[in-house]
Design a protein around this ligand. Structure first.
Ligand SMILES: O=C(O)c1cccc(C(=O)CC[C@H]2O[C@@H](n3cnc4c(=O)[nH]cnc43)[C@H](O)[C@@H]2O)c1
Length: 218
């Protein structure tokens, strides 16, 4: 299993369990008992290019799991420390404000299936994680830009029906789909989306919960 994470700050629990720490094209690479982990970098471009290059160089990878922190939308009923599993990723900053459909061009076309803004997590891998980790799949949203106000976050939640937002998920999803590798995503809530005051974030609580939740996999 290949675990991927955006920033080194989110991977302390993996580093503690790694048998080997290395570097791959300037990105941190950790090797565990029956997993490896790779730092992606922040945002969609970093995530897509790093994962794409790694999958091209490592055709033996059979599953990808993206882990990290996320911002929760106001109506999602989530707070810092809650851990969520992705049912799908919604690439909300591609196309018009309402998405790609109105442009009539998909983001990805595979075997006659057209993907616009919605990118489904692998159903089997996700159902296995649901059973193993006891997490309920929820819709995730990705933009390179973060929500900066409550109103912005609430509008994204209303328009797309997502529970949480992040900056890399859709890029990992689209890359994995294109390479034909099952992908899944688990994130811990660090903050309410739209809140920029870091004193109202709780990243340590989120990362502790993420580590606890993923223990059965490590
Ligand atoms: O400085 C800010 O206002 C700010 C607002 C939101 C997120 C950030 C980050 O630095 C996020 C880094 C990292 O964490 C994920 N993340 C966590 N919370 C959110 C969020 O509310 N919206 C989007 N992404 C979030 C993200 O995937 C990044 O990898 C700074």
């Amino acid at each position: 299993m290949l675990i991927v994470y955006p920033t080194r700050g989110e991977a302390g629990f993996l580093r503690e369990r790694a048998l080997e720490q290395a570097s791959w094209r300037g990105r941190e690479r950790l090797v565990g008992r029956d997993w490896q982990a790779l730092e992606l970098g922040l945002g969609k471009a970093n995530a897509a290019m790093t994962l794409g290059a790694f999958l091209e160089a490592h055709p033996e990878v059979r599953q990808v799991l993206l882990v990290g922190i996320a911002g929760a939308y106001p109506g999602a009923g989530l707070r810092a420390g809650d851990v969520v599993l992705a049912a799908q990723e919604i690439q909300a900053d591609l196309g018009t404000v309402g998405g790609l459909e109105s442009l009539g061009m998909p983001a990805l076309e595979l075997e006659a299936r057209r993907y616009y803004n919605h990118l489904p997590a692998d159903p089997l891998w996700t159902s296995q994680l649901h059973a193993l980790l006891g997490l309920t799949p929820r819709p995730f949203l990705t933009r390179d830009a973060v929500s900066e106000t409550h109103e912005e976050a609430a509008e994204l939640e209303r328009r797309w029906g997502a529970a949480v937002e992040n900056m890399e998920g859709a890029a990992v999803a689209q890359t994995a789909l294109w390479f034909g590798v099952p992908w899944a995503e688990v994130r811990a809530v660090s903050n309410l989306a739209g809140v920029r005051d870091k004193t109202r974030w709780d990243v340590p609580r989120a990362l502790e919960a993420l580590a606890r939740s993923l223990e059965p996999l490590l």
